[in-house]
Ligand binder design. Structure first.
Ligand SMILES: Nc1ncnc2c1ncn2[C@@H]1O[C@H](COP(=O)(O)OP(=O)(O)OP(=O)(O)O)[C@@H](O)[C@H]1O
Length: 714
């Protein structure tokens, strides 16, 4: 209660302080005597701005954050005397007390008027939470826009060239109506050959200048956009490939490809194009307003009445349009994802006769996007209609006053024609200006999504630097617990501890889905455990250099993935330097050399997308060679024997077990493979249930014994 009282007292004191400051500036301005009209108006406006700044500063220092309502009051209050004085002088050639001489009645009148106006505004357009959120969004969009502009830095020379040509094109374009008016005046008055010829010559010259400059501008800006888009795509792709595996499991492929293809393009295109349009329109508008003022300043003031109304409508339109655009972008990403999923798994779709189902799924997603597009189109149609109506009303007003000014001799027919030509351009320009600002804010929405991924810090870091000259390959899982990021509630591994010794073969066995492959993923550092740690030669895994670790700990998985390039490239995948001899040696060990040699192009044979031109066994042997070429210290084989024939399996095993001091971890379901292991670890329910040699475990008659019995039965 006491605190509330204090706050009220503080606020009243701050208001008192602001009133004192304002009154002193107000009276100071009144004490300046000026003799010319221009000096009088200059003084009036300079003091109006000073009052506004002084009041803002005082309130900012005392109250802190100034609410929009308060800001509106103090702006209106400071500028009102200057507006009132300028208006009455312009319309009636009269001066009032507010301008000439500072009078407290004038001060009170302006205060009351600005308070009433702000109150009216508050009732009609209240500052709701939604409006505040909208402002916050716009602020964020501005920050994003500046960031995009900064990223354009390498293309600044191109952009600069583009903008120079843009300014030239606009200046030339602007001069044409002026000469059109001149021609009309010459034709309607006494015909003068020289004047007519010169007006026509300048018209032609400016038209040519405008066309050439517009072409150069377009070319240079398109080059800048293309270079920017390439750069941003590479940046985004680089950032994506650094993300942890969990990120890819929780983010849809369609969404990623959409960001990479559509959003990056939109980001580069729209921002640069908008800046182009914005600058062009801005220069044009300022130039045309200047020319219009020279033709008739009164008519110009009438035309400019359109600006605040257009701004307000644009503001409302932007909020809705931006919201719908974002929703539509998300919806399109979902639709694209459905397509990419079907294309990459078309065999499954065909064999389960799911073509219709997939077509329906795509249709539903497209319809969602379509509904959003329709809504967005409706919003745009209403907006355009209102804009046209306003433009039309302003034109009617202009015609009415234009006729009066011609009658009173303030304008000629030619200058009214020039004015009309400028007016239609200015109207369009102001609308374009307001639209481009909004559109630019919309387009940075796409930039926001791209930056979201670029800025994302991977949860599994790759900052380790440890690269020992000698690695023994001693692995220790220490009280490890783990749940997948896509299913954080299910603990797949629970407090697991196990040891893999150099020179030994360890077999991980157990029922399906109990966590064997998960152990392998953790050893590869595809994920980080939630509790416990993995030690390699007594050092935590995350301390090792990323590339060192993946050369020393390699895995051959159950379903090997090959890339659509040659066999040679697939074996040397990820290695900067690898000779053909090394590749062939690895292929021999993997029992792949003979079949590769029989192919027409040998090691240069293309394997097709995902290795589709090879059999499963051939793919598996190439994958084994890919692992062996790195000379790993810890080799992991995750059920590789399922796709190898008996002979290949035997040879591969002989090679692998023959490597001295190598740590070999095998996940196997075949008894012949398991039996050979120096240590067998039975994993069940995410826990180590038993460990020992085959004989020991058979003797114990525990879960391993039951497993072996089951294997025999199968
Ligand atoms: N990427 C993933 N996201 C969420 N859960 C997963 C993921 N991969 C596996 N799981 C779950 O983790 C559990 C252990 O899976 P894991 O692949 O380690 O079993 P496994 O013992 O190797 O089985 P299998 O012998 O069939 O290969 C399973 O219940 C599985 O559903």
């Amino acid at each position: 209660m006491a605190k509330n009282k204090m706050t009220v007292v503080y606020k009243v004191a701050a208001l008192g302080c602001a009133v004192c400051v304002d009154l002193s500036v107000f009276y100071t301005h009144g004490s300046f005597v000026t003799h010319s009209v221009s000096a009088h108006f200059a003084r009036l406006w300079v003091f109006a701005v000073l009052r506004c700044l002084a009041l803002t500063a005082v309130l900012q220092l005392t109250v802190g954050h100034i609410k929009p309502l308060l800001f509106r009051v103090l702006t209106a209050h400071s500028l009102l005397p200057a507006v009132f004085e300028t208006g009455s002088w312009a319309l009636y050639h009269e001066e009032n007390q507010c301008g000439r001489q500072a009078d407290v009645r004038c001060w009170l009148l302006c205060t009351a008027a600005s308070l009433a106006a702000a109150l009216f505004w508050e009732v009609i357009v209240p500052d709701t939470d939604e409006a505040a959120a909208g402002r916050e969004k716009k602020q964020k969009a501005r920050v994003l826009f500046v960031r995009v502009l900064r990223l354009y830095r390498p293309d600044y020379p191109l952009m600069l060239g583009g903008f120079v040509f843009l300014s030239l094109a606009v200046l030339c374009e602007m001069s044409i109506p002026f000469y059109t008016g001149k021609v009309i005046d010459i034709l309607s008055g006494q015909y003068k050959q020289m004047e007519f010829g010169s007006a026509l010559f300048y018209m032609g010259l400016y038209s040519l200048g405008s066309s050439v400059s517009a072409g150069c501008r377009g070319g240079l800006l398109l080059c800048a956009i293309s270079a920017f888009t390439c750069r941003i795509k590479v940046m985004l792709f680089g950032a994506l490939t650094k993300q942890e595996i969990g990120f890819f499991e929780t983010t849809k492929t369609g969404e990623l490809t959409h960001r990479l293809s559509k959003d990056t393009k939109l980001m580069g295109q729209t921002v640069c194009l908008n800046v182009n349009v914005l600058l062009r329109t801005f220069i044009k508008t300022i130039g045309m307003i200047f020319l219009m003022l020279s033709l008739s300043w009164k008519l110009t003031l009438i035309i400019l009445m359109e600006t605040p109304i257009t701004g307000l409508i644009q503001n409302i339109y932007d909020t809705h349009y931006q919201r719908l655009t974002l929703a539509m972008q998300d919806s399109m990403a979902l639709a694209n994802e459905a397509v990419s999923e079907v294309v990459s798994n078309v065999r499954v779709v065909r064999s389960f006769n799911a073509e219709k189902h997939e077509a329906c799924r795509y249709d539903v997603r497209l319809m969602e996007a379509h509904a959003l597009k329709t809504r967005r189109g409706t919003v745009r149609a209403v907006y355009l209609l209102v804009q046209r109506l306003i433009g039309l009303s302003i034109q009617v007003l202009m015609m009415y006053f234009g006729r009066q000014f011609i009658q009173s001799g303030q304008m000629t027919t030619g200058s009214l024609l020039s004015f009309i030509l400028y007016q239609s351009d200015v109207g369009d320009s102001i609308r374009t200006l307001a639209y481009s600002i909004g559109d630019m804010l919309n387009s940075v929405g796409a930039a926001g999504k791209v930056f979201e991924y670029i800025d994302r810090k991977p949860l599994v870091t790759t900052h380790g630097t440890l690269k020992p000259d000698v690695l023994r390959g001693h692995v220790n899982f220490h009280n490890l617990s783990f749940a997948y990021p896509s299913n954080p509630d299910k603990n797949v591994l629970q407090n697991i501890s196990l040891e893999l010794k150099p020179g030994q073969m360890t077999a991980l066995v157990g029922p399906s889905g109990e966590g064997k492959s998960t152990c392998v993923s953790l050893l590869q550092r595809l994920y980080d455990p939630q509790a416990g740690e993995i030690l390699l030669d007594n050092e935590p895994l995350e301390l090792y250099d990323h590339s060192f670790l993946h050369n020393k700990v390699t895995v051959v998985s159950q379903d090997p993935v090959l890339f659509s390039s040659s066999i040679r490239d697939n074996i040397a995948y990820g290695l900067a330097e690898c000779t053909l001899d090394e590749i062939q040696e690895a292929a021999r060990k993997a029992n792949a050399h003979d079949f590769i040699k029989q192919l027409a192009k040998g090691y240069d044979t293309e394997v097709g997308e995902g290795g589709s031109q090879l059999s499963k066994s051939e793919k598996q042997r190439i994958a084994i060679a890919r692992a062996l070429v790195r000379r790993p210290q810890v080799l992991i084989l995750d059920e590789i024997t399922s796709s190898l024939d008996a002979e290949s399996e035997n040879e591969v095993h002989q090679t692998l077990t023959g490597c001295p001091n190598q740590t070999l971890l095998v996940i196997a379901h075949k008894l012949q493979t398991i039996e050979k292991a120096d240590q067998i670890i039975v994993i069940s329910g995410g826990k180590v249930e038993e460990r020992g040699t085959h004989c020991e475990l058979m003797h114990n008659k525990g879960s391993y014994y039951k497993l072996v019995e089951k294997l025999f039965a199968e």
